[in-house]
Structures are given as structure tokens and as C-alpha cells.
Design a protein around this ligand. Structure first.
Ligand code: ADP
Ligand code: 5GP
Length: 211
């Protein structure tokens, strides 16, 4: 007999995007701390590990040859070159987690989100985090990094470019009050987990109810 209180569901892929400074890292950290069924996606990269970085935790560090093989074999759900290094999201690792009823959190920009949408739309839930105002975004960028004013100005311009893609996302959360924003993301996650397409064995369960 099917017991629907047990985990009979396929995990989902949760994308959080935002302009730098809107609070995406802060919100992600809280979600991951509070929810053992949510795990962070670990990317592959061809760059060398930095001091303190651990293989399999911060990144899977791979050679360029392996990277190109993965791309050719369609083994990456999305990939990009950033400066001289290559990065990507390994398809098989994500699939393993989804099959084990775990949700995978992604910290990718709008371009990565578009690629994920092309390769895994059914599993994908996308949220765009906005700051409450232009001025508050500038305050948060200043608070986080003691950067020179010209660096802040560049970040603000980049933020405007990122924010222009807000309409490509499923949900918009304005991060004014942090606790409220975290609660809103959790509510989205809770509802998306209950979508019937993610609940495995529903037909058999209902058939048994109606016997
Ligand atoms: P991102 O990952 O989007 O670049 P961070 O999470 O690093 O942004 O947040 C940028 C700064 O803003 C940090 O100093 C963080 O503590 C602060 N911050 C985040 N959310 C809020 C909020 N709701 N209210 C005030 N400050 C916040
Ligand atoms: P870093 O080398 O400093 O860790 O990351 C450099 C850049 O690569 C960052 O902008 C980061 O967001 C991006 N990046 C890291 N992993 C991935 C990934 O899996 N896919 C894509 N598209 N970009 C990534």
C-alpha cells in the first residue's frame, strides 16, 4: 500500500537570481541552514582550487579536457566561460539528488537560468530577488565591500543590467525585511513541492482511496 506521508516526490531545482547586493547569499544561507532536504548545487570548474577550497564541496575541480568531454556528451545542464576558466552544472549529480527527493539550490545569473530552463524546465522553479529601492541597493553594496566609489558605480550598472531580466522568472521576492523575504521563499518552496507533477505514485494512491 502506498503511504503518501512518506517521501514520494521528485525533487525540484530552485534558482535564486538577483543583482549583486540584493541579499541572495544571505537568503540562500538561511534556507540551507533551515532545510536538510535542500542542498546547494556544486559546479564543475577548470580553475585551480584557491587556498582552503575543497574538491566536491566548493567545486568539482576538473581538467579542460574533461570539461569539453562533458559539454560534448551533453553532461552539463548549463555552462559558461568566465574570464579564462570554464564552469558548469553537472547533469548526473543533479539528477541523483532529484531522484532522492532532495531539492537543489542554484545561484546562477539570468543567462545560466535560461540555459537551465532549456534543459530542465519541468524541474525548475525560478525566483528573482529584488532590493527594496535603488538607494538601499547602493547601501548594501557599500556595506558588503569596502570598494572604491567607481567600483560601486560599476556594480550598480551591472545590477541594472541583471534586473532587466526580472520578467523571465516565475516569482519575484522583494528583500526589504530579511525574515519576510526568507519566509516568502520558503512558502514558494513548500507550494512547489506539492505540485502534482512532483508527487510520484499519486494515481495509485488515489485508486487505493477509491477502492
Ligand atoms: P548578494 O548575495 O545578493 O550579493 P548579500 O547576501 O551578500 O547579497 O547581501 C548584501 C549585504 O546586504 C550584506 O551585508 C547583507 O548582510 C545585507 N542584507 C541582506 N539582506 C538584507 C535586508 N533584508 N536588510 C538589510 N540588509 C540586508
Ligand atoms: P569563482 O571562480 O570566483 O568561484 O567564480 C567566478 C564566476 O563563475 C562567478 O561569477 C560565478 O557565479 C561563476 N560560476 C560559478 N559556478 C558556475 C556555474 O556552474 N555556471 C555558471 N554559468 N557560472 C558559474
Amino acid at each position: 500500500m502506498i503511504n503518501m506521508t512518506e517521501k514520494h516526490r521528485r525533487g525540484l531545482m530552485l534558482v535564486l537570481s538577483s543583482p549583486s547586493g540584493a541579499g541572495k547569499s544571505t537568503i540562500s544561507r538561511q534556507l540551507l541552514d533551515d532545510d536538510p532536504d535542500l542542498i546547494m548545487s556544486v559546479s564543475v570548474t577548470t580553475r585551480a582550487p584557491r587556498p582552503g577550497e575543497q574538491d566536491g564541496i566548493d567545486y568539482h575541480f576538473i581538467t579542460e579536457e574533461t570539461y569539453h568531454q562533458m559539454v560534448a556528451a551533453n553532461g552539463l545542464l548549463e555552462h559558461a566561460q568566465v574570464f579564462d576558466n570554464f564552469y558548469g552544472t553537472p547533469r548526473d549529480l543533479v539528477e541523483k539528488e532529484l531522484n532522492a527527493a532532495r531539492d537543489v539550490l542554484f545561484d546562477v545569473d539570468w543567462q545560466g537560468t535560461q540555459q537551465l530552463g532549456e534543459n530542465a524546465r519541468d524541474d525548475l522553479v525560478t525566483i528573482f530577488i529584488l532590493p527594496p529601492s535603488h538607494d538601499e541597493l547602493a547601501v548594501r553594496l557599500r556595506k558588503r565591500a569596502q570598494d572604491a566609489e567607481d567600483v560601486i558605480a560599476k556594480r550598480m550598472a551591472k545590477a541594472a543590467d541583471e534586473m532587466s531580466h526580472w520578467n523571465e522568472y516565475d516569482y519575484i521576492v522583494v528583500n526589504d525585511d530579511l525574515e519576510k523575504a526568507v519566509a516568502e521563499v520558503k512558502a514558494i518552496l513548500a507550494a512547489e513541492r506539492l505540485r502534482k507533477k512532483r508527487q510520484v505514485g499519486l494515481s495509485a494512491f488515489v485508486a487505493e482511496l477509491c477502492r
